[in-house]
Design a protein around this ligand. Structure first.
Ligand code: TRP
Length: 332
């Protein structure tokens, strides 16, 4: 019998993956499968709450899958699938919509942010998205849901909805815990080190699939600090730019801040910045090459996501049948 605890997370294929995603999260996922039974899915159904270009969405969904595998997520050890391939998400999503309150949904900060940003498209899906996310989670009865801080509120809502449902119908859903990983570096923008690295500021963002010369150019232009010290020293408050570069360098080389300070003692930013660039390039090179190789092998990718959907669908189907029975739907 499989005694492992279950972990599940979804990722929206709405943007290209970058160094912040990798060092902050993905890098640590590969090792998790030893301890947990892991499910990761491309949340394509969630992305259409804002308008997507169809060709881009299709391409990115496959690219992300290829990149996750290239980052070390072994499809033999993790269940990797595409959300829309498992219809139980939409089905349970509808049910949970009816157990999620208007007031609860109105309090979601992501809804408030996104509806302020997309004033011309405040659609019903954007509003009820947390009910679909609750379905994504509860279908698999996970113990843990690894998410960033911005998604904690949605996991908490999921717990409330699950508890409400269980209160009426008995123990149907396991109540999941949000899992905020201890490991993982918080990487800031190279061009604005007070903000998180983000695809919305491409000049300060290094994408996993980016060409080495473009990566090096971004590091050479990285904002170091306006102090006159020109000295590689870790001090996030006074020297956010240099400290961010040290954080990146430390994450890719495993060196401590003291070791880095010694290595660049007396050498200044002019030597440090390209050294960080080179270290990042060498870290990303095998990932990029492997992702390109996988992406070119459409038959392999298809095998992976079909097998993933089949396994996920089996587990999800069990939960959905239980729910349908509890609420009084006639068995098919
Ligand atoms: N809402 C998440 C995000 O925007 C993605 C997501 C969808 C998710 N369903 C999920 C994350 C289920 C964890 C579990 O990043």
């Amino acid at each position: 019998m499989d005694e492992k605890k279950v972990m599940l997370s979804g990722i929206q294929p709405s943007g290209d993956l970058h160094l912040g995603n990798y060092l902050g999260a993905i890098k640590n996922w590969a090792g998790r499968s030893e301890e947990f039974d892991c499910y990761y899915f491309m949340a394509d159904m969630h992305t259409i709450t804002v308008r997507q270009n169809p060709a881009d969405l299709r391409r990115r969904t496959l690219e992300q899958l290829a990149q996750y595998i290239a980052c070390g997520l072994d499809p033999e050890k993790n269940t990797l699938f595409i959300q829309s391939h498992v219809p139980a998400h939409a089905e349970l999503g509808w049910v949970l919509n009816c157990y999620t309150m208007f007031g609860e949904l109105s309090r979601m900060t992501q809804f408030k942010d996104k509806s302020a940003k997309h004033k011309d498209n405040i659609n019903g899906g954007l509003f009820t998205y947390p009910a679909l996310m609750a379905a994504d989670i509860l279908l698999y009865q996970p113990d843990f849901v690894p998410v960033g801080n911005d998604q904690k509120q949605h996991v908490e809502l999921t717990r409330d909805v699950a508890e409400r449902f269980n209160h009426i119908y008995g123990d149907v859903f396991k109540i999941p815990e949000p899992y905020i990983p201890k490991t993982g570096a918080r990487i800031m923008s190279l061009s604005a080190p007070e903000s998180k690295m983000s695809k919305s500021m491409p000049e300060g963002c290094v994408f996993l699939m980016e060409k080495p010369e473009d990566i090096q150019r971004k590091f050479k232009r990285a904002i170091t600090d306006s102090d006159t010290e020109n000295c590689v020293r870790y001090d996030p408050a006074a020297k956010p730019g240099v400290s961010n570069l040290m954080n990146i360098y430390s994450a890719v080389t495993g060196k401590s801040y003291e070791e880095i300070e010694q290595e660049f003692d007396g050498k200044g930013y002019g030597a440090f910045k390209p050294a960080v660039g080179d270290a990042v390039i060498e870290t990303l090179r095998p990932i990029r090459e492997e992702a390109q190789r996988i992406l070119a092998d459409k038959a392999y990718l298809e095998t992976v996501y079909r097998a993933g959907a089949e396994k996920a669908g089996y587990i999800a189907g069990k939960t959905l049948r239980k729910v349908y029975k509890k609420i009084g739907f006639v068995a098919r």
